[in-house]
Design a protein around this ligand. Sequence first.
Ligand SMILES: [Zn+2]
Ligand SMILES: [Zn+2]
Length: 468
Amino acid sequence: MDQVQDNVTIKRIENDYDKEIVLVSDYENFDIKKVPLYDALILDYTERDKCLKALRDVRGSGIESIYLIPLFVLSIAEIKNQEIVELADGIINNIQTDTINTFVENVKSKRRQLKPFNMNAEINKNLIKMLRFSFSRDKELKPVKDRHHIIGFKYPILSLSLGDDNARMQIQTVHEAVEKEFFKAEYVDRLHLCGNCSSGFLNYKELDPETNSSHLETENLIHHFTCAYIGPESDFVRGDQYICPKCNKTLRHIGVDYDKPSVMYHVVGSDRYFQEPVMKAECMSCGRQNEVEGLQQYDVYNLALTEEGKEEAIQPKGSQSVQDVVYSGFITYSTFGTFLRYEIERVKTSTRNSSIGLIRLNITSKMESELGTRYGKIIEEISSFISNNTDSSCILSRSMHSFFILFPDTPLEKCQMKIEKIKSAVIELLKNNVKDQNINVHSTVREITPTSEYQTVLNDLRASILND
Ligand SMILES: [Zn+2]
Ligand SMILES: [Zn+2]
């Protein structure tokens, strides 16, 4: 029944290649379900908002034959919107069917290589989408600035598939992509995000440490040499003169009989003065008052597909690789996440904080293959060393060559000491066993407080190491 409508709204472009290349100008009748029937889509940019919406609908689809369709945006004017640049396969100002045909053929040959896979809990389908999109058009994925996005930066193809939990899912997915070396990460920028909800929309402010007020004004401090009195400038002002409130003398020359040694903060509307304000970053999304040191550091990268990434795009395996054996005393990473959540709940009712530490061997996939069978042995030895040298109350997990250790009821300094000890032992162990490779070992620790959020704790731990 849409047949007649189609003829009006969807214009088939004549070509010598027997391809269904269609131009969409009237978006009211554009039906996304028909996309798999076409070889290529050209979206007319005359109606910008509708064009962008159609582009987002296509690329945001979870169906491969829709989101992988070759798609061009037709515009006479230059388009600066980076999201369009990222999502479209090209911005064109005229239709050249030979060029489009070449592109379509390239994407087709890549798509023929893609193998079906069984969805399982270990497979992150958003990551597979990123991989397949990047692979099918040899495209580097670039982060795009977006003030409407919670982090402030998004990877358009990924962001479209994520729901409400966009920030956390983005951080997690990109982290997984880089840690598994599916993408080579090229640094673009560093952000600081809310430690609770990962929002990048923060209000940095100076506060009175006592009353928490941000309604502050600064005032010069005056030091009267003659009588040694020090007080705020306003205490000295009498008309257009400075008169010392202590000795009643008139102040004459700065540097001679008085000085302005520093500034004081004054809480407006009160008589409270103080010297050192605290800096807080209030989250405009969840309201948390973050300590500036407690902000989550997050780096954004250009992502270029690696050989491993290509393999994963073609045949997704998730994390079920042979190396993902669980060593005795260790629990899986996902169970560890659950334990961590329980631990945060427990800390809320306990008087003591807990800590968590991470030790990571910096082994690239190239080193891993050069190590061959020794790789598994090394991981096994380190695992048993860690399990023999931590208290039985500690909870251990391993993901690739990262070792996570949860220390219940352990203050941060103590955890730090233990982690340092383990780290030096691991370095020693590597030195003795692997003479031909230089494997760096990184470590980091974090405190678990009643306000911790488990995913943030894990992301933050891993991020701090990647940023070394
Ligand atoms: Zn004085
Ligand atoms: Zn927040």
